[in-house]
Design a protein. Structure first.
Length: 243
């Protein structure tokens, strides 16, 4: 199924999935999150929307969306930002994120759209490379049925949906810089050449689109019309010559 990747804007916030709009696992300081009487995880659409708004105003694009080209529905998303804006990034056994890196916090896609994950990752890399970022880091999660709550005392505070599989990150070119059996920290160096290539590819895409529009315009102008136009021009020239 084909998707279109587009940067997140405030106008697109409402199109996010319910969990993505409400979960503030990465965006709020865990120590400031109020206790949930029901015992479940705390969520706040207001705080998540405020975080996105702040990031867009003060830092720039902080997310990429994968949109089903047939239905217009958001079927995947990736979020990222500077470590200072992601309080949860200080709470892992492999923390902190390097000062020269931007953290990729979450990346998810709906079932049936696995290929969109690679497209989202590529969009994130392209955006950050053009902005001069040196590296991307992410806390991966090693999902294992053998992991018990006794081995992971903080397991209840983790939102698995908002974590990225370490296996996926490695496949995307990330290298482990701080090993851990459950939450390794991985890093992807961004080469300046990537930005140059991304810029060239973007320019080529625009040229292709412009060429397609030009060809379409020519096809709409049929030969008989052109001939009539030329005849009309010759008639006007003759009239001018006879005056």
């Amino acid at each position: 199924m084909s998707v279109t990747i587009t940067p997140l804007t405030m106008g697109g916030f409402e199109s996010l999935s319910t969990h993505t709009r409400r979960c503030v696992f990465w965006e709020m300081d865990p120590e400031l999150i109020p206790a949930n009487p029901g015992g479940g995880e705390f969520d706040s659409e207001f705080d998540k929307e405020a975080w996105v708004s702040m990031m867009l105003l003060e830092w720039g694009t902080c997310g990429q969306l994968a949109i089903n080209t047939h239905t217009g529905k958001v079927v995947g998303a990736a979020f990222y930002g500077p470590p200072r804006s992601v309080p949860r990034s200080l709470m892992f056994p492999t923390s902190p994120v390097s000062a020269d890196a931007v953290i990729l916090t979450s990346l998810w896609v709906d079932p049936g759209f696995d290929g969109a994950a690679d497209e989202l990752a590529t969009a994130v890399v392209g955006d950050l490379t053009r902005r001069g970022v040196r590296a991307i880091e992410s806390f991966g999660i090693v999902r294992s049925a053998h992991t018990t709550s006794a081995e992971e005392p903080d397991q209840e505070s983790i939102c698995p949906h908002c974590m990225i599989d370490a296996h996926f990150l490695k496949g995307a070119g990330f290298d482990v810089v701080s090993a851990h059996h459950r939450y390794p920290r991985l890093r992807l160096e961004l080469d300046d050449d990537l930005g140059w290539k991304a810029g060239v590819e973007s320019a080529l895409e625009k040229l292709v689109v412009m060429a397609a529009i030009d060809v379409a315009g020519r096809e709409r102008t049929a030969v008989p019309v052109g001939q009539k136009t030329w005849v009309g021009q010759k008639t006007r020239l003759r009239r001018r010559a006879g005056q």
